[in-house]
Design a protein around this ligand. Structure first.
Ligand code: ATP
Ligand code: RIB
Length: 314
C-alpha cells in the first residue's frame, strides 16, 4: 500500500514581529520581538507531516540565496525528502512579513519570489514522485496552473488530493473536481463562494456554503473555524470537530498542522473521524508555540493531548 505524502507548494522565510495590537492604516506601533522562522504553507505542511511520522517529499522552489538553503536544510533535518525543491537563480526565496498580536492572531503579507516562478514545466520533473504518492497536499502560494496540473497528475495516479485554498482566491470548478478534501477557513470560504470577506457565518450557513462547493465538484469540505474547531461536510453527513482548549501563543500555521496531521492519519489508514481528531490535536499543539515549524512539537505530545482530552470528556 502506498504511504508517501507529497507536498507541492511554497517555502517562505517568515519575518515575525510581536505587537500588542495591529497598527491602523498610517499608524506606527512599537513591537516587542522579532524573529525569522522557516515557513511557507507548503513547507509547513511537509515539516509537520514528517514530524508527525509521515513519509514525506516536498516539491517546490527557492532562490539561490542563504534563505533558500536554510529552508531546504530545515526540512531535510526533519526527514523530508527535498530532492525536488529546485532553485531559481533569477529571484529571491519567498518571504512572509507576519505580525502577531497579544491574542496570538496574525496578519500576513507574502512576497512569492521563487514560489511564484514554480511553473508546470518544473512540476513535470517530479511526475514519477507524484505517481508514488498516497496523498498529495496542495495550497495556493504557487501559480494556480501549477496547482491544477499537480492535482491532475495526483488524480491520474490515484492519490488522494487535499487542497488548502489559501491564500484566498477564487478557484475553478475544474480544479474543485480534482479535490478530495477542500479545507478553507472562513475567509477563504467567503472568497470561494463570492461573498464579502466581512460576512459572519453561523454554523448552518457555513454548512450550506460548503455544500455549494461540493456541488461545484469538491468531494468533501472541511471548514476550519479557529477556536470553534472544524466542520466536515460530506455527501452523507456533517461532523463538527471541536478545537481543544489550550493557551494560544501564535495561531500561524494552525491550518497547516491540521492538514498535515489529517494526511498522516489518512495515509496510515485511520478512519476520517479519528484522523480529524488527530488533526485537531496537532493544530492545538501548534498554536501553543511561536513559529510555523516549531522543532520541539512531537507526535508523542499530540497523542498525549488527545488522551488527556478524551479522559476529561468521558
Ligand atoms: P492558518 O492560516 O493560521 O494556518 P487557518 O486559518 O487555515 O490557519 P484555523 O481555523 O485558524 O485555520 O485553524 C485550523 C485548526 O486549528 C482549527 O480548525 C482548530 O482545530 C485549530 N485551532 C486554531 N486556533 C486554535 C486555538 N486558538 N486553540 C485551539 N485550536 C485552534
Ligand atoms: O500558513 C502560515 C504560513 O503562511 C506562514 O508560514 C507564511 O509563510 C505564510 O505563507
Amino acid at each position: 500500500m502506498k504511504k508517501r505524502i507529497v507536498v507541492i507548494g511554497s517555502l517562505n522565510a517568515d519575518f515575525v514581529v510581536s505587537v500588542h495590537r495591529f497598527p491602523l492604516p498610517g499608524e506606527t506601533v512599537v513591537g516587542h520581538s522579532f524573529t525569522v522562522f522557516p515557513g511557507g504553507k507548503g513547507a509547513n505542511q511537509a515539516y509537520a507531516a514528517a514530524r508527525l511520522g509521515g513519509t514525506v517529499s516536498m516539491v517546490g522552489r527557492v532562490g539561490t540565496d542563504a534563505q533558500g538553503s536554510w529552508l531546504r536544510e530545515h526540512l531535510e533535518a526533519a526527514g523530508v525528502d527535498v530532492n525536488f525543491v529546485g532553485e531559481d537563480r533569477t529571484v529571491s526565496s519567498g518571504v512572509a512579513s507576519i505580525s502577531i498580536d497579544h491574542a496570538g492572531q496574525n496578519s500576513i503579507v507574502i512576497v512569492p519570489g521563487a514560489n511564484g516562478t514554480f511553473g508546470v514545466e518544473q512540476l513535470i520533473e517530479s511526475r514519477e514522485l507524484i505517481a508514488s504518492a498516497a496523498i498529495v497536499l496542495l495550497q495556493l502560494e504557487i501559480p494556480i496552473e501549477t496547482v491544477y496540473e499537480a492535482a491532475r497528475l495526483a488524480k491520474e495516479a490515484g492519490a488522494l488530493v487535499i487542497l488548502d485554498p489559501a491564500p484566498a482566491v477564487e478557484v475553478s470548478n475544474d480544479l474543485l473536481a480534482l479535490v478530495d478534501y477542500l479545507t478553507p477557513n472562513e475567509t477563504e470560504l467567503a472568497t470561494l463562494v463570492g461573498m464579502p470577506l466581512e460576512v459572519e457565518f453561523d454554523e448552518r450557513s457555513i454548512a450550506a456554503r460548503a455544500r455549494e462547493l461540493r456541488a461545484r465538484g469538491a468531494r468533501k469540505v472541511i471548514v476550519k473555524l479557529g477556536v470553534r474547531g472544524a466542520l466536515l461536510v460530506t455527501q452523507d453527513e456533517e461532523q463538527l470537530w471541536p478545537a481543544l482548549k489550550v493557551a494560544t501563543v501564535d495561531t500561524t500555521a494552525a491550518g497547516d498542522w491540521f492538514n498535515a496531521a489529517l494526511a498522516v492519519a489518512l495515509a496510515a489508514g485511520e478512519a476520517e473521524t479519528k484522523a480529524g481528531m488527530f488533526a485537531t490535536a496537532a493544530a492545538a499543539c501548534a498554536v501553543m508555540r511561536k513559529g510555523a515549524q516549531p522543532g520541539e512539537l512531537t507526535r508523542a505530545e499530540v497523542e498525549e493531548l488527545l488522551k488527556r482530552q478524551q479522559s476529561t470528556s468521558c
